[in-house]
Design a protein around this ligand. Structure first.
Ligand code: ADP
Length: 565
């Protein structure tokens, strides 16, 4: 097993089992064995091939061709072992409702999961509180309490703590929400996004007004000019990266189980829309490990998709859920989210620049292949084990539709930590830099892109001086002595135009059941109009949401809550 120095560091710090004195008591090999064995336990509910599947799972994981989300790596085999990364909890408009959910969120956080919440049901600031005769403090004030609780809980937990906070664009407190993170001290444990409705987009297009609604009464609470609110959104996002947008009506049109509820939020990094009390287990295929001799090994990829789908479906059966309501919901829809990492690496190995037309075409081809293969695998499981229990009334409950074991099969996660473990580029992001200093836990490491290093040696343009320059600059644009073809191939995130970032997100979204995690990177000199254009383009191109980040912008929260920071 080939693990990089960084991978070993992260595994030792957070993933390998420790004894009570904090000494590491398992090797990475044993860790993969623990995961394979405990997930394959689920096979015993369905047949007598647990040993066979344990071996298949072990082989897939230990070769780093596929990894499940962090909670599975950390907690598999433990008792209780909470294995899912993504949750959404509803927040009701009452004191017991708000604080019961906070308690439940604390349990999820403690178990290594991240939670998304919509605060849209909370009555607005200065609205009446009948029981006390007082006035309400509004959703943003309660988000601050959730944020503080996260600070306290994360100190005892395994991870940094990650939340998504959503407010509908038609909530009366929308402007306060849009501006809240301009103060860097506020909501540092939250990514925030606006739930954008079609009605709002229509008003924005027509340069008109739209209606605000008081969620307590369901009645109108005034009107705002769509363009003015958009200006505020763009100003905040330009300055801090928040808020992102979630196109909520689009999410609900793609809801596979409308009879079981509707979407009001996603998980913390935005890739997984979920119903209230729903959870999802994610896993990512390492695309770089599926290139053989300069071409994609689709046979191997297809086999790995099938094993990964089975692994994720098994994970649901051996999971210890933090709440009975979550267990009921997850076991009702059995959502899994298989995605990819190492996409930028795959493109380098195939000699295709990230922002080339061929790359967008290939993105569709690869993701379509994975979606189809994952649905086939889910159908095969349904034949063995039955369709997901909420199948009746789902969009699949119709003639000529596949009979699936899982209401969704595909999601593209950020893979903040997984990509470090697998030593590949993260998710579907371009390379961020070719050389950088990185703080992994407490030590500083200098990293040079391994493919670039190899190519430089093979093609004879390697020299110590040249590499020092690459290290200083992080990209190749102004470095002399490097063939232009190589410069084009290794373009980094900030050299790629925002519209090409969005095009890539849209290409993957087309064949992804859930959503796609992607950061639309903008150079520091980008203007507010560039942010506005990116937000509108994401809507136009069929993305389910968008997050931008302007390089060097002040930011309280990282989009990715990686364990390596
Ligand atoms: P990983 O690589 O560790 O598996 P990702 O970066 O792919 O994680 O994130 C996937 C999801 O895992 C996020 O959208 C979120 O739901 C959850 N998550 C990520 N980081 C954290 C964290 N620090 N605390 C809690 N949940 C997290």
């Amino acid at each position: 097993m080939e693990l990089s120095e960084n991978a070993l560091k992260v595994l030792r710090a957070r993933y390998l089992l420790k004894d009570e004195q904090g000494r590491v008591i398992e090797s990475p090999r044993e860790m993969f064995g623990r995961i394979a064995r405990s997930v394959a336990e689920a096979e015993k509910f369905y047949g007598d091939r647990a040993c066979y599947w344990e071996e298949r799972f072990y082989e897939l994981l230990s070769s780093l061709r596929f990894l499940p989300n962090s909670p599975t790596i950390m907690n598999a085999g433990k008792s209780p072992g909470q294995l899912a990364a993504c949750f959404v909890l509803p927040v009701e408009d009452s004191m017991p409702g708000i604080f019961d959910t906070l308690k439940n969120a604390a349990l999820i956080l403690q178990s290594g999961g991240g939670t998304g919440f919509s605060f849209s049901r909370l009555r607005p600031k200065a609205d009446i509180v009948r029981s006390t005769g007082g006035i309400a403090s509004g959703p943003v004030s309660f988000m601050k309490i959730y944020n503080t609780a996260t600070d306290v809980i994360k100190q005892g937990g395994a991870r940094r703590g990650a939340n998504m906070g959503i407010l509908r664009i038609d909530h009366p407190d929308v402007l306060e929400f849009i501006r809240v993170k301009r103060d860097a001290k506020e909501l540092a444990n939250f990514n925030i996004s606006l739930a954008i409705t079609d009605a709002y987009m229509e008003a924005l297009r027509a340069d008109g007004e739209y209606q605000l609604v008081n969620p307590r009464t369901g009645k109108s609470a005034g009107r705002l000019r769509a363009g003015e609110v958009f200006g505020e959104i763009v100003a905040s996002a330009w300055e801090t990266g928040d808020p992102g947008l979630v196109f909520i009506d689009r999410l609900n049109r793609a809801n596979p189980t409308p009879a079981a509820g509707s979407f009001e939020s996603t998980n913390p990094c935005g890739e997984q829309p979920l119903l209230p009390y729903e959870a999802c287990v994610l896993g990512s295929l390492n695309l770089a490990a599926h290139v053989k001799g300069g071409v994609i090994d689709y046979d191997a990829l297809g086999r790995d998709v099938a094993v990964a789908v089975r692994f994720l479906d098994d994970t649901i059966d051996v999971n210890s859920y933090p709440l009975p309501a979550i267990e009921r919901m997850h076991k009702g829809n059995r959502k899994i989210g298989l995605g990819v990492m190492g996409w930028a690496d795959m493109l380098v190995l195939l000699g295709i620049p990230y922002d080339h037309e061929k790359a967008f075409r290939l993105a569709r081809e690869v993701m379509r292949f994975i979606r189809d293969a994952s649905r086939e695998a889910s159908c095969a499981l349904a034949k063995e084990r039955g369709v997901f229990p909420n199948f009746a009334g789902s969009i699949y409950d119709a003639p000529h539709m596949p009979r699936l074991r899982n209401a969704t099969t595909t999601t593209i996660a950020p893979t903040g930590t997984l990509s470090t473990i697998a030593d590949c580029s993260s998710g579907i992001e371009p390379l961020f830099a070719l050389a950088y200093k990185r703080f992994v836990l407490d030590s500083e490491l200098v990293e040079i892109n391994k493919y670039f290093l190899q190519m430089a040696k093979e093609q004879g343009f390697y020299s110590v001086e040249l590499f020092q320059e690459v290290m200083r600059r992080g990209n190749l644009r102004q470095v002399k002595g490097i063939p232009s073809r190589v410069k084009r191939l290794f373009r980094t995130a900030l050299e790629i135009l925002p519209e090409h970032h969005i095009e890539m997100q849209a290409a993957f979204q087309e064949y992804t059941d859930n959503a796609v995690s992607k950061t639309i990177n903008l150079p520091n000199r980008a203007k507010k109009e560039d942010v506005a254009r990116a937000y509108l383009l994401a809507y136009e191109k069929g993305c389910k949401g968008i997050t931008v980040f302007r390089y060097g912008a002040r930011r309280g929260t990282l989009v990715k809550f990686a364990d390596t920071d």
